[in-house]
Design a binder for this molecule. Sequence first.
Ligand SMILES: [Zn+2]
Length: 81
Amino acid sequence: MFGLPTFPKLLIIAAIIAAVWYFMRRGQVARREQESGREQSGSAAKPGARPQKPIEDMVQCKSCGAYFPAKSSCSCGHSGN
Ligand SMILES: [Zn+2]
């Protein structure tokens, strides 16, 4: 049984090694594709890439001195304009 390997035995061993190598390579490629896909979706979903809220012009209330958006009025009721 464990004598000199015959040609058919070598052929079977070579086929098994080739099959294992092939499936390992396939697994690596699939993993790489998953990682690259994750990277792409991750960069798209980056919190820093989110468009920031436009900064509103703040004006100081002449009545109470508090700052409020120029388009709205102060909480004390005093209007910016
Ligand atoms: Zn005010």
